[in-house]
Design a protein around this ligand. Structure first.
Ligand SMILES: [Zn+2]
Length: 295
């Protein structure tokens, strides 16, 4: 399905307003208004998003060091990332027991930052690649000797049916064109290839509390423009993956600090407890999905 975009300039300065869902084209409802944004929920696929999208949303990444902590403690983190990747692969094989990668596995990390997972995959014997739009991060990853490229995924020139696994961690919510990116990933994957993705969980307890107590007028849960343009729930994540063409989709919830999906070193005890409790209650702050191109 080709997303139908409607752009209407409603005079909020240099910005674009979406009256229809940018993912499934259904009519959306405004659920909160702030000075800068309308926060909307799609009646069709259930995704949350801000409107207008900030036109200059990319400029925040020019001077935004995502990786400071990771960069400073690289070799302390690396064993945790290897462990995380190994566990993710074990779960992947449990979810899709029919998978059999007979040759060297080709893995792409979209939004690879300084290349942790590219490095971990290389150490596990994979043919691993990474891309990111952050110039500084890519320079660091290249310095380590990793196969990485400074690129938007939509500009990436790999042949279709190339990768066995594509990983995309905490990226989708930042993108103004998530359907196009997932469609590109769908084509880059081999017929039996798997996308492993995670995003913040808009249905988690923490974003729900933030909405209830109205602490951030210019945000709605995890919809946090100009960084997070979309907020995904289990259903809306499944819907966007289906729209992109994925056939077999498994979704679960997790939490920041989880050694499999979100290893964090030095997390304070309060955050650790709150995040873990949310997960135990079934409303963790993180959603993950394993999606396969074929049945
Ligand atoms: Zn929708």
């Amino acid at each position: 399905m080709i997303a139908f975009w409607v752009f209407i300039n409603k005079g909020r300065g240099n910005s674009i307003v979406q009256e229809f869902c940018p993912i499934c084209s259904s009519k959306s409802r405004v659920i909160k208004k702030s000075r800068q944004y309308d926060f909307q929920k799609c009646d069709g696929c259930g995704v949350y998003y801000c409107s207008p999208f900030p036109r200059d949303y990319l400029s925040i990444y020019d001077d935004y060091d995502f990786n400071k902590n990771y960069r400073l403690n690289y070799y302390e983190y690396l064993p945790h990332i290897i462990h995380s990747l190994e566990k993710k692969l074990i779960l992947m094989k449990r979810i899709f027991p029919e998978l059999s990668f007979d040759k060297q596995i080709k893995l792409l990390d979209v939004g690879c930052g300084i290349g942790f997972y590219v490095h971990a995959a290389k150490l596990l014997g994979f043919d691993s690649y990474g891309i990111d739009i952050d110039k500084k991060s890519i320079e660091i990853a290249k310095g380590i000797g990793l196969k990485v490229e400074l690129s938007d995924i939509l500009d990436l020139e790999f042949r279709n049916n190339y990768f066995d696994i594509i990983k995309m961690k905490q990226v989708l919510e930042h993108l103004p064109n998530p359907s196009h990116v997932l469609r590109k990933i769908y084509y880059l994957l081999k017929k039996d290839g798997v996308l492993i993705i995670d995003v913040p969980n808009q249905d988690g307890i923490i974003p729900r509390i933030k909405i209830l107590i109205k602490i951030k007028p210019n945000e709605y849960g995890f919809v946090q423009p100009p960084r997070h343009l979309f907020g995904y729930t289990k259903d809306s994540l499944k819907n966007i993956l289906r729209i992109a063409g994925f056939k077999k989709i498994t979704i679960g919830q997790s939490w920041p600090g989880d050694p499999v999906f979100y290893p964090i070193l030095g997390q304070n005890i309060l955050n650790k407890t709150v995040f873990k409790m949310s997960y135990i209650l079934g409303k963790g702050s993180l959603l993950y999905a394993y999606a396969k191109s074929s049945q």
